[in-house]
Design a protein around this ligand. Structure first.
Ligand SMILES: Nc1ncnc2c1ncn2[C@@H]1O[C@H](COP(=O)(O)OP(=O)(O)OP(=O)(O)O)[C@@H](O)[C@H]1O
Ligand SMILES: [Mg+2]
Length: 282
C-alpha cells in the first residue's frame, strides 16, 4: 500500500481552513516546462514531461516513490540539466541555468532531507538564506566596516521578521540540531523564505509530521502564498493536504505524467487511482 493509499483510509483531517483553490486568484503562466526528459545513465527519471505553473498558484506534484518528483524540482532549480526539453521562466527560455543562477532569479527550495547547519542557531541558519542578497565583499564583512555593518543590520532585521512570521522567536538562539524534526522543517522553510523567492519549491515539507504539525505547516504555506504572493510548487504524499491547499496537481508515475488538473480532477482520474491512490473517488 502506498502512503497515499494509507492516508485515503485515515479519518479526515482538515488543512488550511477551507482556504484552498476556489478562493485563490492565480495569474499568468510564470514557469513553463515542455517535453522534459532526464536520464541518469540507463535510468530514465523523467520522460517527456510538460506542465506549467501559474503566478501565485499552489501547484502540487504527487506520485509513488521513485516517480521522479524530486528530480523534477532539481530540474526547475537548475541542479539537473535535462537532456531534452525547454524551460521558460517569466517569459524567457532558460538556457544552461545552474542552481546559483536559478536562486538569483528568484527560485528557492527546501529539501526532502533537511539541509541545515545543525550546529548553528536558528537565526544564523536563516541568515544563510540572505547570502545571495548580500552586496558587501568578504573584506568589508571581515572588518565589519561602514556599508557592511549597515547591510548586516538590514539582513538581520529581515531574518527576525521571518522568525516572527514563523512563530519561532523562542528558539531563535537554539542550535538547529537540538530541535525536534517538525521545527527543523519550519526553520528550513525560513531559510528559503529569507531569499524572498518568487517561486518556492517544497520537497515533502510535511513528511514525518503528525497531524497538528502538518496543520501548522499548511497554515504557514498558505500565509506565505497569501501575504507574500509567492508561487509554490509542492511535493506531498498526504492527499488530504494536497486536496485542501493546492490549486492544480500534476501526477507522475515511473517518470511519466499520468494526470494533471484540479485536485478533484486528478482524484477521479482512473490512471491516478490505479497507479497511486488506490481508492475510487466518491
Ligand atoms: N542523482 C541520481 N543518480 C541516479 N539516479 C537517480 C538520481 N536521482 C534520482 N535518480 C533516480 O531517478 C528516479 C526518480 O527519483 P526521484 O528521487 O526523483 O523520485 P521521487 O518521486 O522524488 O521519489 P520519493 O517519493 O521516494 O522521494 C529513481 O529511479 C531514482 O533512483
Ligand atoms: Mg523525492
Amino acid at each position: 500500500m502506498t502512503e497515499a493509499q494509507m492516508q485515503m483510509n485515515e479519518p479526515e483531517a482538515h488543512f488550511g481552513e477551507g482556504e484552498s483553490a476556489a478562493r485563490r486568484e492565480t495569474g499568468p503562466v510564470i514557469l513553463d516546462l515542455k517535453n522534459i526528459s532526464l536520464s541518469f545513465g540507463g535510468v530514465r527519471a523523467l520522460t517527456d514531461i510538460s506542465f506549467d505553473v501559474r503566478q501565485h498558484e499552489i501547484r502540487a506534484i504527487i506520485g509513488p516513490n521513485g516517480a521522479g518528483k524530486s528530480s523534477m524540482l532539481n530540474v526547475i532549480n537548475g541542479v539537473y540539466r535535462p537532456q531534452q526539453g525547454q524551460i521558460t521562466y517569466r517569459g524567457e527560455v532558460r538556457k544552461n541555468m545552474d542552481c546559483h543562477a536559478a536562486a538569483k532569479s528568484g527560485i528557492a527550495r527546501t529539501f526532502q532531507n533537511i539541509a541545515l547547519f545543525k550546529g548553528m542557531t536558528v537565526l544564523d541558519n536563516i541568515m544563510t538564506g540572505r547570502n545571495l542578497k548580500m552586496k558587501s565583499n568578504f573584506l568589508m564583512q571581515a572588518l565589519y566596516w561602514g556599508p557592511a555593518r549597515r547591510e548586516e543590520i538590514a539582513h538581520r532585521i529581515k531574518a527576525e521578521e521571518i522568525i516572527d512570521f514563523l512563530e519561532i522567536q523562542a528558539i531563535r538562539k537554539t542550535p538547529v540540531g537540538r530541535l525536534p524534526y517538525g521545527l527543523q522543517k519550519r526553520v528550513e522553510l525560513g531559510r528559503a523564505l529569507a531569499a524572498e523567492p518568487e517561486i518556492l519549491l517544497l520537497d515533502e515539507p510535511m513528511a514525518g509530521m503528525n497531524v497538528e504539525e502538518k496543520q501548522d505547516m499548511c497554515r504557514f504555506i498558505l500565509d506565505v502564498n497569501d501575504q507574500f504572493g509567492t508561487t509554490i510548487v509542492l511535493i506531498e504524499h498526504d492527499m488530504g493536504v494536497v486536496m485542501d491547499i493546492s490549486d492544480r496537481v500534476v501526477v507522475l508515475d515511473y517518470g511519466k505524467k499520468i494526470g494533471d488538473g484540479t485536485p478533484d480532477e486528478v482524484r477521479c482520474n482512473q490512471d491516478v487511482i490505479n497507479a497511486y491512490l488506490g481508492v475510487a473517488c466518491s
